[in-house]
Design a protein around this ligand. Structure first.
Ligand SMILES: NC(=O)c1ccc[n+]([C@@H]2O[C@H](COP(=O)([O-])OP(=O)(O)OC[C@H]3O[C@@H](n4cnc5c(N)ncnc54)[C@H](OP(=O)(O)O)[C@@H]3O)[C@@H](O)[C@H]2O)c1
Length: 277
């Protein structure tokens, strides 16, 4: 298979490039900045992994990667929309540019890159599109409003797309991970620039919230599990749409689905400390 994976500098993308190539496939590994390819090159030595410059928000880079793959192979069998960012913060305190950035990377760029790959997949009457969503794509916890909004949008679009491209032999799937040990929540922009400062109306909640975040980080699993799931879904002939995975994810999704929202709300308030007085 010829597979394009986005966001391969670290985390799921890096491990997926290794796993997919180990299974004998050719991987075009997108990097936001090609000069950061060292870890990828080391991890994939001897494998058919080709690092490519691909900031998913840049139209010319998306077009150029798709054109390069088609010029070299005449087909694209798999697309893994993995590149993503998280900017945490109370909905009121997230800045407009931060919200737009999250939506740009986690939603609009995926729409654009997928649309660029679909003509080739339709022509060859086969293809696998694996979109990396999140538990936050179905479960909107406090302080993750911007991120959850982007993943909910991705979930909705993926579900529609799945119906639309099925007649062309193209399979669309979503992975919904809980916390995994990657770089995502340790980045300098992991919290919005004006969130929870001393004058914030939400400052009183920050200690307890940080504690909850640290507990979640401590329970995080090995990202190679997600990499294996990505490879499995690329190869699966008839995969289901949604694939939740990770610590506590299935129980929390069942709770989201079956518990009355009022009860869930009280449980979340207790856990996060977002209560009155
Ligand atoms: N880790 C988790 O707990 C978790 C849970 C649920 C869902 N996810 C999702 O998993 C996906 C991968 O994240 P990760 O956890 O592996 O985090 P990560 O280690 O931070 O990796 C994110 C990757 O995306 C890349 N990226 C960011 N902006 C990009 C852009 N504009 N163009 C191209 N690449 C870009 C990053 O490149 P640079 O380093 O060069 O910026 C990096 O390679 C994301 O969609 C995330 O939402 C993660």
């Amino acid at each position: 298979m010829i597979v394009l994976i986005t966001g391969c500098r670290s985390g799921f993308g890096l491990h997926a490039a290794v796993e997919v190539a180990r299974r004998g496939h050719t991987v075009y590994a997108g990097l936001r900045d090609l000069s950061t390819a060292d870890a990828l090159r080391t991890a994939t030595e001897g494998l058919d992994v080709r690092p490519v410059q691909l900031d998913v928000t840049k139209p010319e880079e998306r077009d150029s990667v798709v054109a390069e793959i088609l010029a070299e192979h005449g087909r694209i069998d798999g697309l893994v929309n993995n590149a993503g960012i998280a900017i945490g913060g109370f909905v009121e305190e997230i800045e407009e540019d931060e919200l737009r950035r999250v939506m740009e990377v986690n939603f609009f760029a995926i729409w654009a890159l997928t649309s660029a790959c679909l003509p080739a997949m339709r022509a060859q009457e086969s293809g696998a599109i694996v979109n990396i969503s999140s538990r936050s794509g179905v479960y909107a916890l406090p302080v993750l409003g911007a991120y959850a909004a982007s993943k909910w949008a991705l979930e909705a679009m993926s579900e529609s797309l799945r119906h639309e491209v099925r007649p062309f032999g193209i399979r669309v799937t979503l992975i919904e991970p809980g916390p995994y040990k990657t770089d995502i929540f340790d980045r300098p922009y992991a919290m919005g620039r004006n969130v929870g400062g001393p004058n914030s109306p939400y400052a009183q909640f920050m200690d307890k919230l940080n504690e909850t975040v640290n507990q979640s980080k401590a329970s995080a699993h090995d990202p190679r599990d997600v990499a294996r799931k990505i490879a499995d879904l690329l190869e699966a002939p008839a995969p289901a749409l949604r694939h939740p995975m990770g610590p506590g994810v299935v129980p929390s999704l069942l709770a989201r689905r079956f518990l009355p929202f009022g009860l869930l709300e009280r449980l979340i308030a207790k856990k996060t400390g977002l209560t009155r007085g």
